[in-house]
Design a protein around this ligand. Structure first.
Ligand code: PLP
Length: 374
């Protein structure tokens, strides 16, 4: 049996809606794009949305549109996918890392204020593994220090915090539609915000700096990029979004199957969910008990691989990535909570159509792997 870490869920209806676009004259900048944007905005509960080529491009545009520039500081967690810090570097601003909470794995709001300086412009918090950050507290801190707030919601489409959806908490947020995310467009992303001006600026920059209203096609008002999403991708996204409820349900039932079976396994903890949170599961990341080392984990992961089970080591701390170490002089020990947890997490296979018998097989082998490697 081979069980992959992730697998997209593409239906005949998805394929038909992509095919339909391929038979029109609008493969890009067509009607599907604007409908997809409207639907994501409506779903998230924000006023405006802009589709982009991927989540990373969306984060970059937000940083630029907010005027974050050389020497400015942006507070962000080291436990994330690399693009949430890279987007700050694209504009030569400085990511200032703040360690994470050991339970939710999101940025530790208690440790933010000590890192704020006169150069701090924004806080970029991440809804890690679809678990929302503490948005009430983040908004309070941002308000007190007049900072902009950015939500990296790339992993959290459909998750909720106190009854509101992820993507709606900051001045601007981003979703990703990479194939392992809750819905996919192949490659793709979306910026969402209630700030019309910010979205307009991002729209212009995503389309080579063209003016979006009354602009001539070959007139470029500002420095822009080609960060557009095609109508082919948008059609796939729309089709997937139309069944988001059933996607959430499927992912929830896979997560609950893991929860239940893991109760019988020693030395491994299921993912933590805080009160007032609803998760639209992105990945299923368990952690080994305290005392397990990175090499114990490597042994367990390779045991699982020998049984055809693919697992992931999410995340290697950003500050310990080679070029961050080189550029900023980071060393192990700088963010101890993040580093300790990052050695003990294992992302188990997780996708919409993972079958209960496959969950059984994964958990049985995880249990054996733990016994063998300790
Ligand atoms: C996936 C992801 C991104 C980037 O999205 P892409 O569409 O792959 O560029 C950014 N941040 C986080 C936390 C992610 O998981």
């Amino acid at each position: 049996m081979i069980i992959s870490l992730s697998s997209p869920d593409i239906t005949n209806k998805d394929i038909a809606s992509v095919n339909k676009v391929l038979r029109t004259r609008h493969l890009s900048l067509g009607p599907k794009l604007r409908v997809f944007e409207e639907q994501i905005a409506k779903y998230t509960g924000v006023k405006h949305a802009l589709a982009v080529s991927n989540g990373t491009a969306g984060l970059h545009l937000i940083i630029r549109a907010m005027g974050i520039k050389k020497g400015d500081e942006v507070i962000t967690p080291p436990f994330s996918f690399i693009s949430s810090a890279n987007c700050i570097l694209y504009e030569n601003a400085v990511p200032v890392f703040v360690d994470i909470r050991p339970d939710t794995l999101t940025i530790d709001t208690e440790k933010i204020e000590e890192k704020i300086t006169a150069r701090t412009k924004a806080i970029l918090a991440v809804d890690v593994f679809a678990h929302p950050a503490e948005w009430d507290k983040l908004r309070r801190i941002a308000g007190r220090h007049k900072l902009l707030l950015i939500e990296d919601s790339a992993e959290a489409l459909g998750s909720q915090y106190k009854g509101k959806k992820c993507g709606s908490f900051a001045d601007a947020a981003v979703f990703s539609f990479y194939p392992n995310k809750q819905i996919t467009t192949g490659e793709g992303g979306m910026i969402v915000s209630n700030d019309k001006n910010l979205i307009h600026n991002c729209c212009s920059m995503s389309n080579q700096g063209r003016k979006f209203i009354d602009g001539k096609w070959f007139e470029h008002a500002v420095l822009g990029y080609n960060y557009r999403m095609s109508d082919i991708n948008a059609a796939l996204g729309l089709s997937q979004l139309s069944r988001i409820k059933s996607i959430i349900k499927k992912r929830h039932s896979v997560a609950m199957a893991y929860h239940k079976r893991l109760k019988a396994v020693a030395d491994v903890e299921a993912p933590f969910t805080a009160d007032n949170i609803k998760i639209n599961w992105f990945v299923y990341v368990v952690r080994l008990a305290q005392g397990y080392t990175g090499s114990d984990r490597a042994g367990i992961i390779s045991y699982l691989a020998s049984k055809g089970i693919q697992c992931g080591e999410y995340f290697k701390p950003i500050h310990l990535q080679p070029f961050y170490q080189k550029k900023f002089g980071y060393r192990p020990g700088h963010f101890p909570v993040c580093e300790a947890l990052a050695q003990r997490t294992i992302a188990l296979p997780f996708y919409n159509n993972l079958k209960p018998c496959e969950v059984d097989y994964v958990v049985k082998n995880l249990s054996q792997g733990i016994k063998k490697c300790r």
